[in-house]
Design a protein around this ligand. Sequence first.
Ligand SMILES: [Zn+2]
Length: 404
Amino acid sequence: MSYDDEVLKYIDSHKSEIIVLMQSLIQTESVTGNESRIGALMAEECRKDGLDVELVEPAKNRTNVVARYKGTTGNPKVVMYSHYDTVALGDPTTWTHPALSGEIADGQIWGRGANDDKVGTCCLTMAFRAIRELGIKLKGDILFTHVADEEKGGKFGFKYLMDNGFGEGYDYFFSAHGGSGQTVGIAANGCRRYNIIVYGRAAHTARVEDGVNAVVKAAELIRRLQVLAYEVNKREYPLPDTDTIMKSRFSINKCVGYVSPNTVPDRCELIIDRRFTPLETWEQTEKEIKKVFDQCKADDPEFCGEVSMDSNDWYELSVAPTDSSIVKSIQDAAEKIVGFKPKPAGGSHSSDHGFWSSKYHKPFAGYGISGSISHASNERTKVEDVIKTTKVYALLMLDLLGTN
Ligand SMILES: [Zn+2]
């Protein structure tokens, strides 16, 4: 029997163990900022697989698990990534099955992180376990990185690992993440967030003429920014050698200015979420916003405030080749399990792989088949898709890393 067949058979006969790990990951709350418990759980899982485990904690409760596998030849060297932090659980009354339950109903596993991205963490682990338990030796090395902080910019997670040289000498980066199964991710927008504060002067409403209303001043700024937003949101970048059109994104996602019901507000805060394609640079995104802001100042002597880029919450633009070995291995593995070769594609989302590709300029790819409900109530994944994902990841490891 070929290694491929052995591994697929092993996975079929260990379905319940795979689902049990998936459930314990979901049941271990790990909203971004609180990643120590899930880090401990994953460190234990990786130790069971004989991996050389290191816990990297850039700050209290911010645990990342780095686990190394030494292959027989050390060629190639592959980073295999998942993130185990999640967005907030949301309003409990909107969940059919509780967010931390990991319940199985209607053939699906329910809970926060089911797609984003505990399916990645679970399936990478179980794929490798299948290979190891069968005594198959891989040629290449693997650096498993199960990380924190993806949902908030990666400063305490994957960005920290890249800044501290953990990716040095590696040839490929694989992102294990929930997804549609239709595409292999090879590009993503960069992202910058801008905080704007508009200042006014507080006054009692009874003496409104003594005040400068920061909300009203911000309203004019928003009107003008939205003119820019309409223009930016039409910008498109056809990603070469793919069917993908990457889109620039500009959205004003916060406007808060309030003191009390009887006070003219002296401050109004805005946040702009700006995603950019290879057609643009982040410097350009800043320049465009500042230009609108400065024009408000020039036109209104009372207008005052500041614009700053959020230095803790941003992602690099990433674009990788469509014909790399990692893309081919994913396509071949997926074809055996889902019946077709997923196409390379780019997206308007941003993620940790930008920190890899901007630093090392080496191929990366991402793949997942668990569906696309994330960041919302009733996040869930088909049991069957968790098994299929494990199979694809195992076949990918065999093909990309090679066997003796
Ligand atoms: Zn994610």
